[in-house]
Design a protein around this ligand. Structure first.
Ligand SMILES: [Zn+2]
Length: 180
């Protein structure tokens, strides 16, 4: 249906935006990043390549995304080359490894899981990141957005129905004329 794609993009962007407002905003220190890099031998945790002009260097990649309350801390960031970082996008890291490197995925997943375990990292939740008041304000915003979307969909189908009715009415006389 016309506009449907637009709705899902709009919905994704608003939800992501709301999440980012309340997501933790931590910065990893230079020392912590150096430690993480050393743990992975200064190479990409996904493809094992070191920084090069071709892969445009190594950057910290969140295992659990910021929008899922993943923090920029050792245990949740891994070194990733820009190429892997780009091709992973929003995919969960295990799924990304399994599709991108089907043969090596098991070993690479295990290495990252060990790294997470060493740092004893578990992502926070919405509930543990916000006060009760902030949480209800956040939930109210999400509900308001859901309501907005429902009304927009209502209008969309109303307009679509009227237009298809109008199109049918135009079509019928022409059909009769053709058969006469
Ligand atoms: Zn890589």
């Amino acid at each position: 249906m016309k506009g449907t794609q637009h709705f899902s993009r709009m919905s994704y962007n608003v939800r992501r935006g709301l999440r980012e407002i309340v997501a933790p905003d931590h910065r990893v220190s230079k020392d912590e990043w150096a430690l993480v890099l050393a743990e992975f031998g200064s190479s990409c945790a996904y493809c094992y390549a070191v920084a090069s002009a071709e892969n445009r260097g190594i950057v910290p990649d969140h295992l659990v995304a910021v929008t899922d309350f993943g923090e920029l801390v050792p245990g949740n960031i891994v070194p990733a080359c820009q190429t892997c970082n780009d091709s992973r996008g929003n995919k969960p890291w295990r799924a990304f490894l399994s599709t991108r490197f089907p043969v090596e995925a098991t070993v690479r997943i295990r290495r990252i899981e060990q790294y997470i375990a060493v740092h004893n990292y578990s992502p926070r939740t919405l509930e543990s990141s916000l006060t009760g008041e902030e949480l209800s304000q956040y939930n109210a915003l999400v509900a308001e957005w859901e309501g907005f979307l429902a009304k927009a969909r209502e209008l969309q189908s109303k307009v679509a129905n009227r237009r298809s009715l109008a199109a049918n009415n135009l079509f019928k006389p022409k059909l009769l004329g053709d058969s006469a």
